[in-house]
Design a protein around this ligand. Structure first.
Ligand code: URP
Ligand code: ZN
Ligand code: ZN
Length: 459
């Protein structure tokens, strides 16, 4: 199968220009003006942007969590990703405390094998570190193509590890060329605030927000970067939301530490006033939405190069699932549906509103994730020899987000009625037309597991 994309406005993290792109089989073979190729399919991309396929390195598909499972499975979640211009996701495997990493890998493979529509990789969440696990970490990096290790400083009793385990893990990961990633919030402080609110009978969703004040994230982010410094290890903080946590990273970069930061579209676009609503449970996620001042700090963090990646932390639940916590905010499954809207929201709120440049848009939605997580330049750019993961994007189309039109398996939208400018029109996954005219043309099983390489520290 060959495809010729004609006259598109090609955008990468470094450049933009009008050109044709010729694709054979799965890869980009030529880029240039008036390419002399005849293809099986020709797409006219005049006046449209052509972006590298989006990479969302923070999703939770079919994940057992808080007494239920996230409502998008591999098929529905990765299909929704493609509709939104994301051609690769990285999901989180969770180790069960007391069991091996391998045991968890097999569970996740059982759910993902043959079911993904877009490409995917895995991060491994280490929730119980010991000498056996240390050996598995080495094997995962060398043999499985799983090179990033997630840690939780919260969710005590289920996912959290203590600081001693954290530092030991950092040392092993550092020696073997991997990356430690973290959910950085102070679990003990949060648990004690939850207990206090429960005692006072304060159980509405707003108390989820109040039980995770900014200091819980700022403190944990600073502690994490200090431990990284001690272990001389590179790190990546997921879903950063606030000014205090950004300041911890600013400090670390003054020490010339390699600490990468991810924020998510919801923290750039939504704020904590939503928790006052009757349906505030829809936005119960951890960390919670913050204040408008934090949004500005995150946008400027992107421009300062302190925030390298924008993900989603897609972890959807249906409204019925959210009702598990109707009388107790601490039982509301944490997370929201988002995988589909990242590229369009970031374009509309970022590029269209003049907050970030086109190149920065590509950098934070695709290129940096590919570099940090060991997939570049196969993924994350438009170049000869790269996978032909491409998005043809109309920057003028205005539309409104709604659960009635989204493809995620969630019966509500966190963005119901949100107006965006710019729409994903056509998506190619390794040279195959994945999305066209609002239809997905790929079957489940088309998505491949991507083995990732070691961490490149200079991005
Ligand atoms: O609320 C969230 N973020 N749910 C998913 C698990 C996590 O902490 O990332
Ligand atoms: Zn988290
Ligand atoms: Zn998450």
């Amino acid at each position: 199968m060959s495809v010729l994309i004609k006259n598109g406005h090609v955008v990468t993290a470094e450049s933009d220009y009008v050109a044709d792109i010729y694709i054979e089989d799965e890869q980009i073979v030529a880029i240039g003006k008036n390419l002399p190729y005849k293809a099986d399919k020709t797409i006219n991309a005049r006046n449209k942007f052509v972006f590298p396929g989006g990479i969302d390195p923070h999703v939770h598909l079919d994940m057992p969590f808080m007494g239920t499972s996230s409502s998008d499975d591999y098929e529905s979640g990765t299909r929704a990703a493609l509709f939104g211009g994301t051609t690769m996701v990285i999901d989180f495997i969770l180790q069960t405390q007391g069991k091996s990493l391998r045991h968890a890998l097999k569970q996740w493979q059982g759910r993902s094998n043959g079911n993904a529509v877009c490409d995917y990789g895995f991060h491994m969440a280490v929730t119980d570190f010991n000498a056996k696990v240390a050996k598995e970490v080495v094997t995962f990096i060398e043999k499985e193509g799983i090179t990033s290790f997630k840690t939780f400083m919260a969710y005590k009793g289920a996912l959290m590890i203590d600081d001693g385990q954290m530092v030991q893990l950092m040392k092993v990961v550092k020696e073997n060329g991997g990356l430690v990633t973290v959910h950085a919030t102070n679990g003990d402080m949060i648990d004690s605030l939850i207990a206090k609110f429960r005692k006072e009978g304060k159980m509405k969703p707003i108390y989820h927000y109040l039980s995770q004040p900014e200091v819980t994230e700022a403190e944990a982010s600073a502690r994490f970067t200090d431990m990284l410094d001690y272990a001389d290890c590179p790190g990546y903080i997921v879903h950063m939301t606030c000014e205090g946590a950004m300041n911890a990273v600013r400090e670390a970069t003054i020490r010339n530490q390699k600490v990468f930061v991810e924020t998510c579209t919801q923290y750039l676009t939504l704020d904590a006033s939503l928790y006052k609503r009757k349906d505030g449970a829809k936005w119960v996620m951890s960390p919670p939405l913050r204040e408008k001042k934090d949004q500005e700090v995150l946008w400027s963090g992107i421009n300062q190069g302190l925030v390298q990646v924008v993900g989603t932390d897609h972890c959807p639940f249906t409204w019925e699932q959210k009702q598990m916590g109707k009388d107790d905010f601490s039982k509301i499954p944490n997370g929201h549906p988002a995988i589909e809207h990242r590229m369009e929201l970031l374009f509309s709120e970022g590029v269209k509103k003049g907050r970030i440049s086109l190149n920065k848009y590509v950098e934070v939605s695709s290129t940096n994730a590919a570099k940090i997580f060991g997939m570049y330049p196969k993924k994350g750019t438009i170049a000869i020899g790269a996978d032909a993961d491409l998005v043809i994007f109309n920057p003028r189309t205005k539309h409104v987000l709604s659960h009635k039109t989204h493809h995620m398996n969630a019966d509500y939208s966190s963005y119901e009625g949100f107006k965006v400018t710019g729409k994903v029109e056509t998506v190619l996954l390794r040279g195959k037309i994945a999305i066209d005219k609002n239809e997905c043309l790929l079957e489940k099983g088309t998505g491949q597991f991507v083995k990732r390489g070691k961490t490149k520290l200079a991005i």
